[in-house]
Design a protein around this ligand. Structure first.
Ligand code: SF4
Ligand code: SF4
Length: 110
């Protein structure tokens, strides 16, 4: 049992040593399914560009712990948050093709 847990944890991404900035338009953008997010914030420190944050309290009413969201124009599409969410907690982050993301959410990703 313990070795199975260790094997599982080996595939969890490393925490970033420094915070970077986006340099080019990514192929994919991370999107949090807020209805599925527990608000545990486990994914937050893993993001290499620090673009995941709790949904502001004025945009959120229930449940009492707000889900997180991604500041989409800062995301570099690395998929780390999606892996962390799946491996450590839940499965609330989807990586969406950038063109599709723009169309679906009426956003422009630089
Ligand atoms: S790890 Fe998953 S469930 Fe936890 S805050 Fe991040 S997206 Fe939500
Ligand atoms: S895909 Fe990478 S850059 Fe985008 S929110 Fe997730 S961890 Fe951050």
């Amino acid at each position: 049992m313990a070795s199975k847990v260790l094997d599982h944890l080996k595939t969890v991404p490393e925490l970033p040593e420094t915070i970077n900035n986006k340099k080019k338009r990514p192929k994919k953008v991370a999107w949090v399914d807020e209805d599925n997010c527990t608000g545990c914030q486990a994914c937050v420190p893993f993001c290499p560009v620090d673009c995941i944050e709790p949904v502001p309290i004025n945009k959120h009413q229930f449940p009492p712990i707000p889900p997180v969201h991604v500041r989409d124009n800062e995301c570099i599409g690395c998929q780390i948050c999606a892996k962390v969410c799946t491996k450590l907690t839940w499965d609330a982050i989807r990586m969406i093709d950038t063109d599709m993301y723009e169309e679906r959410f009426d956003r422009t990703i630089d």
